[in-house]
Write a protein that binds this ligand. Structure first.
Ligand SMILES: *[C@@H]1O[C@H](CO)[C@@H](O)[C@H](O)[C@H]1NC(C)=O
Ligand SMILES: *[C@@H]1O[C@H](CO)[C@@H](O)[C@H](O)[C@H]1NC(C)=O
Length: 430
């Protein structure tokens, strides 16, 4: 606990130091280890395809071997709006917010990406020529309750003096951009909101921090696609090993995440053969190379490392911790490498409501000794074949059925996130 306190006190000094460090070597780190690529390159598209087939095969085998295993969907519970805020502790109807459906709602979207300097151009589908607008007008409706509607002014007030940190891959960056843009709609003086280093949002950037100065609020994004530490190949490693992922060590920028009030993680899209083995990146535990370790096993091990880190380093009395599960993608075709964005959401999930990545995350989070809440978005996203960037991104020739248009699906993740924070008992924000 003393460790935590000390870090709290020192963190701002460290943070400043960190900015300088990241500015100078951040790109170097990223390029050296595991060849971190632009998500939209063609190889990645093919990679995602083969990975999905692989997932599908694994899932089938799993279901065949363990037919009685029920999906472990234990998400946090959320009460009816109003009830728990006015009467904390009263007996309230609970529901699983991730069980529900998308319903049309003309009051959406919540913002205009062209008027938000923090929405990257590659996600602003309307500005990139998307004509149909139906995809903007859907709201997630849980079966037995309502999600609190996002009220930017009220939330800015609740978040006064706080630090919200998103950690993960580009999908995490999308959620960060969405959150900042949603908050921007409640700000009167737009010049009072700025990126702390004056940085433009780019795909490879390791750290982005937006400060809402009127509210002394910081909303940060740290790029850490694997959450664990990339490292150089050990001596005497076989030639094909160019770099490793240390499954037993959390990413060394993790010290920057500790002193926060809300901490939202994701990982999953980079755990593929294309992004690992084919790039010469293999797994390592301690000094030992794990050349034969399957990706699924390695991911579970990395999650275990993450869980112990949260348990020992994060003061969960102060920090609300969330983990977002796998975000459904909608690649089609025989090799799952074509991308056809629909005009309407699918009417059913076509079997995409589960993912072994999400199952692993849920399993690990369930066993933790401290409260961590799941943002189990896999199923709700599975319907949204209409929400992807498609050809309306940075590279029209490389369609994208992984990332989402902004405004769009990630806004709903943020509404659920805030609804959860504001309606739960025992959360620091009350
Ligand atoms: C968003 O803002 C831009 C620039 O101000 C404007 O041209 C556009 O019509 C707006 N889009 C919508 C959907 O309101
Ligand atoms: C968190 O709160 C619990 C219960 O009030 C308390 O026992 C524990 O010591 C607290 N932990 C820290 C790090 O403050």
């Amino acid at each position: 606990m003393e460790v935590v306190t000390n870090l709290n006190v020192e963190s701002f000094g460290k943070l400043r130091l960190f900015y300088t460090r990241v500015l100078s070597v951040g790109d170097g780190i990223v390029k050296r280890h595991c060849k971190i690529w632009d998500f939209q390159s063609l190889n990645v598209v093919i990679g995602i395809g083969s990975f999905l087939s692989f997932l599908f095969a694994i899932t089938c085998a799993y279901l065949y071997l363990f037919p009685s295993v029920q999906p472990v969907i234990r998400s946090y519970e959320i009460s009816k709006p109003g009830s728990s805020i006015s009467k904390p502790g009263s007996s309230i109807e609970k529901c699983n917010v991730f069980e529900g459906k998308w319903i049309p709602d003309e009051s959406y979207p919540l913002y205009n990406a062209s008027q938000c300097p923090f929405a990257e151009s590659g996600f602003n589908c309307l500005a990139n020529g998307r004509r149909d607008r139906g995809y903007l007008k859907w709201r997630w409706k849980p079966k037995n309750c309502e999600i609190l509607r996002f009220n930017a002014r009220e939330i800015l007030e609740k978040l006064r003096g706080k630090r919200v940190v998103f950690v993960g891959d580009s999908l995490s960056r999308t959620q960060w951009e969405s959150f900042v843009c949603m908050l921007m709609t409640g700000v009167d003086d737009r010049r009072s909101v700025y990126e702390v280093n004056g940085k433009k949002i780019t795909k490879q950037i390791r750290f982005l921090g937006v400060r809402f100065s009127t509210y002394n609020l910081k909303v940060d994004f740290y790029r850490s696609v694997f959450l664990v530490q990339p490292s150089s190949a050990p001596r005497r490693a076989p030639k094909r090993v160019k770099s490793t992922l240390r499954l037993d060590l959390l990413d060394d920028i993790s010290r920057e995440w500790i002193d926060s009030d809300v901490l939202i993680f994701n990982s999953g899209h980079w755990w593929t053969p294309t992004k690992l083995f084919e790039m010469g990146c293999y797994f390592q535990v301690g000094k030992s190379l794990k050349l034969g370790m399957p990706i699924n096993t390695a991911f579970r091990k990395a999650l275990g490392t993450w869980a112990s880190w949260v348990e020992t380093m994060v003061n969960t009395n102060k920090t609300s911790v969330f983990f977002r599960t796998f975000e459904s993608s909608h690649w089609g075709g025989k090799n799952r490498n074509t991308c056809k964005v629909t005009r309407r959401p699918w009417s059913n999930t076509r079997g995409q409501d589960r993912s072994s990545i999400s199952d692993n995350i849920i399993k690990v989070v369930k066993k933790m000794r401290v409260p961590v809440r799941l943002l189990h978005v896999t199923q709700m996203g599975a319907f949204r074949s209409d929400g992807h960037v498609g050809t309306w991104g940075d590279h029209p020739s490389v369609p994208d059925c992984s990332h989402w248009c902004l405004p769009g699906v990630p806004d709903m993740w943020n509404e659920i996130l805030m609804s959860s924070l504001l309606t739960m008992n025992n959360v620091p924000l009350q």
